[in-house]
Design a protein around this ligand. Structure first.
Ligand code: ADP
Length: 227
């Protein structure tokens, strides 16, 4: 699903953010990318979205070599990848329903399908009763649920989450992780960059650890920080 082959990213100022990294993420995997600040996590995620271009190497996403795609084809790549961020990034002047509907409008979904699909996804994330609320009327956990609903409403094969629980208390963070697990169980490949060590330990999933732009370790079944 995601193939990264000898990828290096050197920023214009000479910073080597990713240094000759190769890895494969298979369809349906649930993967954590961890590492201290500055280890290259954001750069790695941004390269998958083609927000940052690799200096060297090849990235293939769902069969598409993204190095070669043209600027006007980038929206098609973005449809393959749902994204959520630490700071939710909802549209403040739109209701919960409208925030999610907006993601369908930009892919030219019919109004009828929007009226059907938005309530279904709201039910999945447990926010049916908040459809008419505005983001500033929601808790952090609720806002992240809306962001997740918006990210998956177009059924992308991949979901990228950059510190999705960074602004949440531990209990709410777990609820969001449970939702990410459910999204994964329904077939979406999930990649999460995070600092949340306790969650990563507990989840027992694949953990890719970056350090100074290289892969320090890549382990199935969780990471024991005492190692
Ligand atoms: P992380 O997400 O793990 O904190 P980043 O990918 O943000 O790591 O950063 C990796 C390295 O690349 C750091 O040394 C950082 O200073 C550098 N870096 C990140 N973004 C830029 C940029 N736009 N220009 C120059 N250097 C950058």
């Amino acid at each position: 699903m995601i193939s990264v082959d000898k990828v290096t990213k050197i920023y214009d100022n000479g910073s080597v953010a990713i240094n000759n990294v190769s890895l494969n993420i298979r369809k349906g995997e649930f993967v954590f990318v961890i590492g201290s600040s500055g280890s290259g996590k954001s750069t790695f995620m941004k390269m998958l979205l083609k927000e940052v271009e690799p200096t060297e190497g090849k990235i293939v996403i769902d069969g598409i070599n993204i190095n070669n795609i043209k600027r006007k084809e980038i929206p098609f790549l973005r449809r393959k990848i749902g994204v959520v961020f630490q700071d939710f990034r909802l549209l403040p002047s739109k209701t919960v329903f409208e925030n999610i509907a907006f993601a369908l409008q930009v892919t030219e979904t019919s109004p009828k399908a929007i009226r059907r699909n938005v309530p279904a996804i709201l039910a999945m994330v447990g926010l049916t009763h908040k459809a008419k609320a505005y983001p500033n009327e929601l808790s952090g956990g609720e806002q992240q649920r809306v962001a997740l609903a918006r990210a998956i409403i177009n059924k992308p094969p991949i979901l990228l989450a950059d510190e999705p629980t960074g602004n949440l208390d531990p209990e709410t963070a777990w609820e969001i992780m449970e939702l990410l697990k459910e999204i994964n169980a329904r077939g979406t490949t999930v990649v999460i960059a995070t600092h949340a060590k306790d969650i990563v330990d507990e989840m027992k999933k694949r953990v890719i650890t970056l350090q100074k732009g290289i892969i320090l370790s890549d382990k199935e079944g969780g990471y024991n920080y005492e190692d």
